[in-house]
Design a binder for this molecule. Structure first.
Ligand code: NAD
Length: 504
């Protein structure tokens, strides 16, 4: 079903574009060379934002400010309780501006407004959760090392963190990193994707109003190859926290190795949903459709492969196709739309190329397969059947609304298929049998395995990938520890036994 109705869209688009500057050392500034960057809405091909575009020198200034703020400023020296109070205030500031943030997210990213609102609310929850961790970050002690020794293990904030984020969930992803780095006492330089910088720029204002001191967070808008490159290599940066593609992530790890930075990498996925014959049929069909079309399939966690037990495969694929036809695709500003536009021109072409290659390799296009016949970057919900494990479409991340259906006979075969890509971000198992679910879940190599559900998330639960899906985990109660160094205080009590013993 295609929706083109756009209530208020013309009013929204008639407004002046959002204007953003760089935020360095607590002040708004233009790029040193005066460069600018424009962003068009992928749904409307209309300029929705104009930014100062940072270059190498601006990136170096931002890093110097973060360094000063860490080495000399108040943030790392504050009590956890005080940092917690400021992080809570950021969360409240986000919620107070949720409509404004969500609208800009939709205009730049192309996702339906209701989903942007949910993203902003989820992000605010992460700031609240990180506030609880700011007061709970602690080390360890050993009183078991003998009469003369006391061991204390300290958690020291690691220092300056470079945070680089992608365009698919810009506000959520910066909120998976920044509040936890701040809770630990770190300072940061943040670079959102050049396609979706607006909401991160808005965040700078909220941070400032909440009392984050100058230089503790610096925000740069600019291309990865220039600004990101400086942030990844600079010797004054202690840690890199990156979310993006596996290809760029590998380059960033290699570049950061010159200065041996700690890295936290959240990368791509080719996530399987395994559907056994005894599943709750309705729930599994719906979650398969949701799992592939949510955010137009532009999710690292997208359920882009459904592995269906052979005895039900044909009927299940037919049910998925039928439900996919009813998914409402269209203008992300229109009420009731479930799937909006593809975020970038390049991604749009990439998705169509994947469909083309899958067809060439022998997959059947059971539904969709083309762009929608309307202005904007829209692709039809697409279901590919007859996909075999050797095909590229079964292994490579598409990052679009394209579902591959594969089949299996036994649990062993399902697990083997699930583990047959280089990725390992997430997976789901659908069965009414407890043993089937847990046997499969325990053997799947993925950072998250959902059992009879999909794409749910909680701040309390760690998130990250095995293998080429990444390094490290975000969220959960250990999230702040990732942004620390461990220091051992080895203390001797009482007289020490001399090493040098004079000749007798
Ligand atoms: P991308 O890798 O192209 O870009 C990510 C970020 O890296 C952007 O800010 C970009 O400007 C920057 N960048 C580009 N080149 C750089 C360089 N040489 N040095 C430093 N920074 C550079 O990814 P994208 O297209 O924005 O996002 C889509 C990808 O992100 C998908 O592969 C998706 O799976 C992945 N992703 C992963 C997660 C996760 O948590 N695992 C979440 C969201 C997205």
């Amino acid at each position: 079903m295609i929706l083109t109705d756009t209530p208020n869209a013309s009013d929204v688009l008639a407004r002046a574009p959002f204007r953003g500057k760089l935020f360095i050392d607590g002040a708004w500034t233009d790029a040193l060379d005066g460069s600018m960057l424009k962003r068009k809405s992928p749904a409307h091909d209309h300029v929705v934002a104009v930014y100062a575009k940072a270059g190498k020198v601006d990136a170096e200034r931002a890093i110097a400010a973060a360094r000063r703020a860490f080495d000399e400023g108040p943030w790392p020296r504050m009590k956890g309780a005080e940092r917690a109070r400021i992080l809570r205030s950021v969360a409240e500031g986000i919620l107070a501006r949720r409509q404004e943030i969500a609208l800009l997210e939709t205009l730049e990213n192309g996702k339906p407004l209701a989903q942007s609102l949910a993203e902003v609310d989820g992000a605010a929850d992460l700031w609240h959760y990180a506030a609880t961790l700011a007061r709970n970050l602690h080390g360890d002690s050993y009183n078991t090392l003998g009469e003369h020794t006391l061991g204390v293990v300290l958690r020291d904030p690691i220092g300056v963190v470079s945070i680089i984020t992608p365009w698919n969930f810009p506000f959520l992803i910066v909120s998976q990193k920044l509040p936890f780095a701040l809770a630990a006492g770190c300072t940061a330089v943040v670079k959102p994707s050049e396609f979706t910088s607006g909401t991160t720029v808005m965040l700078a204002e909220i941070l400032h109003q909440a009392g984050v001191p100058p230089g503790a967070v610096n925000i740069l808008v600019g291309p990865g190859s220039v600004v990101g490159d400086v942030m990844v290599k600079h010797p004054q940066v202690d840690m890199l926290s990156f979310t993006g593609s596996t290809t760029v992530g590998k380059q960033a790890v290699a570049a950061s190795a010159q200065t041996l930075k700690k890295v936290s990498m959240e990368l791509g996925g080719k996530n399987p949903q395994i559907v056994f014959a005894d599943c709750d049929w309705e729930a599994a069909v719906d979650a398969t459709v949701f799992g592939i079309y949510f955010n137009a399939g532009q999710c690292c966690n997208s359920g882009s492969r459904v592995l269906v037990q052979a005895s039900i495969a044909e009927k299940f694929a037919a049910a998925v196709v039928e439900r996919s036809k009813r998914v409402r695709v269209g203008d992300p500003l229109a009420t009731g739309v479930q799937v909006g536009a593809i975020t970038t021109d390049k991604q749009f072409e990439t998705i169509l190329a994947h469909i083309h290659d899958a067809r060439r390799d022998g997959a059947t296009v059971a539904l969709g397969g083309s762009r929608l016949a309307m202005p904007g970057l829209y692709i039809e919900p697409t279901v590919l059947t007859g996909v075999t494990p050797d095909m590229a479409i079964a292994r490579e991340e598409v990052f679009g609304p394209v579902l591959s259906v594969l089949t299996f006979e036994t649990l062993d075969e399902a697990v083997q298929l699930a583990n047959s890509t280089l990725y390992g971000l997430s997976a789901a198992v659908w069965s009414s049998d407890f043993t089937t679910c847990l046997s499969a879940a325990r053997r799947i190599k993925a950072g998250t395995v959902w059992v009879n559900t999909f794409l749910e998330g909680h701040a309390e639960l760690p998130f990250g990938g095995y293998r080429e899906s990444g390094i490290g985990r975000e969220l959960g109660r250990f999230a702040t520890e990732d942004y620390t160094e461990t220091k051992t205080l080895h203390m001797h009590l009482g007289p020490r036994t001399d090493w040098y013993v004079p000749n007798r």
